[in-house]
Design a protein around this ligand. Sequence first.
Ligand SMILES: N[C@@H](CCC(=O)N[C@@H](CS)C(=O)NCC(=O)O)C(=O)O
Length: 212
Amino acid sequence: MKLYSFFNSSTSYRVRIALALKGLPYDYQGINLREGQQCSPAHRELSPIGGVPVLETDGAVLTQSLAIIDYLETLHPEPRLIPIDALHRARVLEIANLIGCDIHPLNNVRVLNYLQKVLAITAEQKSAWYKHWIAEGLSAVEALLQRNDSGNYCVGDKPGLAECCLVPQVANAERMGCDLSGYPRIMAVYRHCLELPAFEAAAPARQPDFIL
Ligand SMILES: N[C@@H](CCC(=O)N[C@@H](CS)C(=O)NCC(=O)O)C(=O)O
């Protein structure tokens, strides 16, 4: 398998964690989002919307991190990242969807670029936008974790799809200087996961295309 990724892309980080949790080897191809490589005609052949991650596998090209993780889960069910039990499964998917649909798209590179380059907002306004949507979204995740009575993990006693989504989103928020002191349950899961070898291997600083 070949993964097209950018070291600090949170959606690529989701897939890297899933691959590492399942112990699946892959080749790494960096796509530099800072240089706009995701918009090149060659990359759009792989990802029509112009993004990462992309997984090439068995002659197929897959986009969308959650679809890629679902594909990996179907072919390599152990360890399970998405529970079978209906309620646990729904709880994992509600966190993954909250992060994937309600948080990440608002602060994606193309959205921030449009705000700054087309609508001409200032760097301060861009930062305020970013922090606002992180606060709205992570407050909701924190409420779900309280409802789940989470401990080391969002749901249950093993890392899975919810942590694949949560850890990269928190890493991005930390990098962007967001105040995370109001999310004790989220931070407990985050800190615990960062200690695990699979999360360490998937971390931005461990990727071949890492740059400061
Ligand atoms: N929903 C997609 C989002 C993929 C995505 O947009 N990734 C970001 C990086 S985290 C990206 O490539 N952005 C490039 C851009 O917006 O130009 C997924 O989950 O894979």
